[in-house]
Design a protein around this ligand. Structure first.
Ligand code: PEP
Ligand code: MG
Length: 362
């Protein structure tokens, strides 16, 4: 006897036969990946690796690494993080069973990793076995006025390159361990918060060195893709030279909206309803893609990127990725896929099919 669930699955499979834009899911944990798989996402479009460090024990090791004042201390912390990350990535690759997995290198706004109150300082002093005054001093040294515009993303990756080295090694080792002749794993590595081509070159140089080292140590050859998250207006404007050394660009509309408006994504809620009520904004640009402003940067970035590389893979992975209107926008701009939260995947699949069918009907 057919169930409602069967009928829903049939409807979705019809949708998949029609649609011509890919749908992936944003997933940080194996549980997210399971959900993504269940809803037949075509891969992971964004794994925010910093979210893997919110649990207490891992957070402590991450803090050890961030607070390290000597390269020995930092290396020791990174050595402890390597097997943890290798296991994380192995599980994601296993769960996705050969579907593409795009792993974004660490992008921690530092304030999210610093203890914010006295109790937090004390706990950290205990965990690191250093005096409380030392913790306070180190936290002060790392505090920023605007952490969301500070030592985030690739900037941290360039200042402390050993962090990305560790993650990239973990990704390659995990990919090798899951790869079989029938199911080769080709990891996609994404660099966050880029604003200049040179940032990409510096990271790429080290990624290539780590790849060569892992190949030499294991005797296994493997492939990988390196791409850039376009989430600063400058990255969209300079997409042509940024695309030269990358195989994909993924537009992060959360930060891109924040930076295009110069409006904090974490504080905008305080006056958004007033702004919308007074007609300043037609809609909240963090919920509905601002096609006139942010959208123009997407089109411009896509066009410039493909000028350098006609086959460049393009996608959107910000929160807008699951909205039917944004999917229409991305499809019209020639994007290959959108990536959204796992639970939005079914609606995204239906919305994408509707667009293709409407097109066919003229
Ligand atoms: C973005 O900025 O759009 C994005 C997807 O990354 P995050 O939300 O993690 O900053
Ligand atoms: Mg971002």
């Amino acid at each position: 006897e057919a169930t409602l669930d069967d009928a829903f699955q049939t409807l979705l499979s019809w949708a998949d036969d029609e649609r011509d834009i890919g749908i992936r899911a944003n997933a940080d944990t194996p549980a997210d990946a399971q959900t993504a798989k269940m809803f037949l996402a075509q891969g992971i479009g964004l794994c925010r690796t910093e979210h893997m460090f919110f649990e207490d024990d891992r957070l402590t090791v991450m803090r050890e690494m961030i607070f390290a004042e000597s390269s020995e201390d930092r290396s020791a912390a990174l050595k402890r993080l390597l097997p943890v990350q290798r296991a994380d990535f192995t599980e994601l690759f296993r769960t996705m069973a050969g579907l593409p997995v795009c792993l974004r290198l660490l992008d921690p706004p530092l304030h999210e990793f610093l203890p914010s109150d006295h109790a937090g300082h004390r706990a950290l002093a205990e965990a690191l076995d250093i005096p409380l005054s030392d913790v306070t001093r180190r936290v002060e040294a790392l505090s920023e006025y605007n952490p969301m515009l500070g030592m985030r993303g690739v900037r941290l990756g360039i200042k402390v390159p050993e962090i990305y080295d560790m993650q990239v090694r973990a990704i390659f080792e995990a990919a090798i361990s899951v790869t079989t002749p029938e199911m080769p794993i080709v990891p996609e590595i994404m660099i966050p918060l880029v604003s200049a081509k040179r940032e990409v070159e510096l990271v790429k140089m080290r990624v290539d060195i780590v790849a060569a080292a892992v190949r030499a140590e294991t005797g296994v050859d493997f492939d990988y893709k390196l791409g850039v998250m376009v989430e600063t207006p400058r990255a969209a404007l300079r997409a042509e030279d940024i695309a030269e050394s990358t195989s994909f660009l993924s537009f992060g509309t959360n930060d891109l909206t924040q930076m295009t408006y110069g409006l904090s994504r974490d504080d905008a809620g305080r006056f958004m309803s007033e702004y919308v009520a007074q007609g300043v904004f037609a809609e909240d640009p963090f919920h509905t893609l601002d096609v006139d402003g942010v959208g123009e940067l997407l089109i411009l970035g896509a066009k410039r990127g493909r000028m350098a590389r006609p086959g460049l893979t393009l996608s959107m992975c910000g929160e807008h990725g699951g909205n039917p209107e944004s999917i229409a926008f991305c499809r019209a701009a020639g994007f290959d896929y959108v990536s959204c939260s796992p639970f939005r995947v079914p609606v995204a699949r239906l919305a994408a099919a509707q667009l293709a069918i409407l097109d066919k009907l003229g």
